[in-house]
Design a protein around this ligand. Structure first.
Ligand code: BGC
Length: 492
């Protein structure tokens, strides 16, 4: 499943990886140097007892978030999404979808016809000044992009229902009403926190004029991933994102949701957006936090927040690696102690470098690693440096994969279903060569015996998922309208 593309099995590939990364030890002849390097990277090597403790903390956070009395002070908010049922494959029609969650913003036109899904989409950049500007600027920019897209597709005269994937923590007050609680992932637009983003979107569409668009549903990207997979796999009950940020959602029984304030009709379940990235914001993960994590947090625009996310996701992983490499260099253990201006720049070591370096399987040439070094204008490197850099990358990414596994194992154990498919999306999971295998290996260790799971790559959940939720909302709305009409006394 997922990323498995080579002919090796998952465990063969992992063995191979461990062989590669451990081998550096045997090639460093200087025992003192070896010890010094090991001392610096040690905090990333955690045993299963630590990951089990993470599961306990996670479960505690989940329960606190779900409880009516405890939710207010809980850090992990466990937002009920008002998405009660997964698609049944009968959804039909043309829908617009918006996907906002990182530096790119997408507008999509999606045609659903049973299992058949056709999509047209366009990516727009969200410039830094808009990410840090005002909410009005952000939503005006979004409305402009929608208009451009509709013109290009020649659908500007049509009235289309729209699903909005908005991948930030939102308290949902209904399917099409969601208040942003706090920005994450480098966004900080003034005047949006505490407000209904659907209303902000509708106001911007009105300001723009000349188009008829109505947002029927707003969903988180985790929900999109779940919906998109559930369209073809009925066992799918968890959505997981490992990209710029991280988060998971799952299907919970209403009886366990103390917070639930709506009806208890069938299906007696609702999708919960956990917003697990906030775990540790109360100090609950201090037992494993390293000096590097503290540094990353201190220099972020949301200090003290999203602690678990900052140890896992793509927005931060490269920076953690860079800080370790810099420490090794300063101690004369890497690049002969000579760095570069690039390597010392905050944020300059991208997370994609971690995936590239760890893709170097032919250790005799370290092609990708050397290319990354060149990009960082490092000239003074040896094969031993390549080996050490690979080791650092592998330790940081392995910790991330294991931490995410602890989260998923906690959800699987909590749900107690026998067979669960987990829909996974996000650039980190997609492009890292070992993330999938590492997760499978660790979840197996942490999950209650007897529970079977599958990690499935979810295809374009943010687009397709939003369209599916909008389609269901549209159908329900039509049904309601019909019911009302049928109930009205005949006026003729
Ligand atoms: C956001 C979540 C989102 C996740 C993945 C986090 O920063 O708070 O809402 O699902 O990133 O995109």
């Amino acid at each position: 499943m997922g990323l498995c593309t080579s002919s090796l099995s998952g465990s063969d590939r992992l063995q191979d990886k461990f062989y590669q990364t451990k081998k550096w030890k045997y090639t460093i002849k200087d025992r003192t140097k070896l010890k010094q390097v090991e001392n610096i990277v040690k905090p990333f090597i955690l045993d299963d007892a630590v990951y089990k403790r993470v599961c306990d903390v996670m479960l505690d956070n989940f329960n606190k978030g779900l409880g009516k009395e405890t939710n207010a002070e809980a850090r992990v908010k466990m937002f009920p999404t008002y998405v009660r049922s997964v698609p049944d494959g009968t959804e039909e029609g043309d829908f617009l979808a918006l996907d906002l969650g990182g530096t790119n913003f997408r507008v999509l036109l999606i045609s659903l016809k049973g299992q058949e899904v056709n999509m047209e989409s366009k990516i727009f950049l969200i410039p830094q000044h808009i990410m840090l500007g005002t909410g009005i600027q952000l939503f005006d920019h979004i409305a402009d992009c929608i208009y451009k897209f509709m013109k290009e597709q020649k659908i500007e005269k049509k009235t289309l229902p729209l699903g909005f994937t908005f991948s930030f923590p939102c308290k949902q007050l209904g399917l099409a009403k969601a208040k942003l609680t706090t920005w994450t992932k480098g966004f900080k637009c003034e005047g949006v926190e505490g407000n209904d983003i659907v209303q902000l979107l509708h106001e911007a569409i009105k300001r723009k004029g000349d188009m008829e668009v109505e947002c029927l549903a707003v969903i988180n990207d985790t929900v999109g991933a779940l919906m998109s997979c559930a369209h073809s796999d009925r066992q799918c009950a968890i959505g997981l994102i490992l990209g710029t940020g991280t988060n998971a959602c799952y299907i919970e029984k209403l009886e366990n949701v103390g917070l639930w304030d709506s009806d208890y009709n069938d299906p007696k379940e609702v999708i919960i957006n956990t917003e697990w990235g906030a775990m540790g914001d109360d100090g609950g993960l201090d037992f494993l936090i390293t000096e590097y994590d503290k540094h990353v947090d201190k220099h972020s625009i949301n200090g003290g927040k999203q602690i678990y996310e900052k140890m896992i996701s793509g927005m931060y992983m490269g920076e953690i690696v860079r800080l370790v490499l810099e420490k090794l260099r300063r101690n004369g253990l890497l690049f002969g102690g000579v760095g570069s201006e690039e390597l010392s720049k905050r944020g300059r070591f991208y997370t994609k470098y971690v995936s590239e370096i760890e893709s170097d399987v032919d250790e005799s040439d370290f092609k990708s690693t050397k290319q990354v070094f060149e990009e960082l204008e490092l000239t003074n490197y040896t094969d031993e440096d390549c080996r050490i850099a690979l080791y650092v990358c592998s330790l940081v990414s392995t910790r991330a994969a294991y931490l995410a596994s602890a989260g998923i194992a906690t959800l699987l154990n909590k749900m107690g279903r026998k067979d669960v498919s987990v829909a996974v999306d996000g650039s980190l999971y997609r492009f890292h060569p070992h993330f999938h295998d590492l997760m499978v290996e660790k979840i197996e260790k942490l999950v209650t015996p007897g529970i079977r799971f599958k990690l499935m790559l979810s295809h374009d959940g943010s687009g397709k998922g939003a369209a599916l939720v909008a389609a269901v909302a549209n159908r329900l709305r039509d049904e309601e309208a019909k019911k009302e009409k049928d109930c009205k006394p005949n006026e003729d």
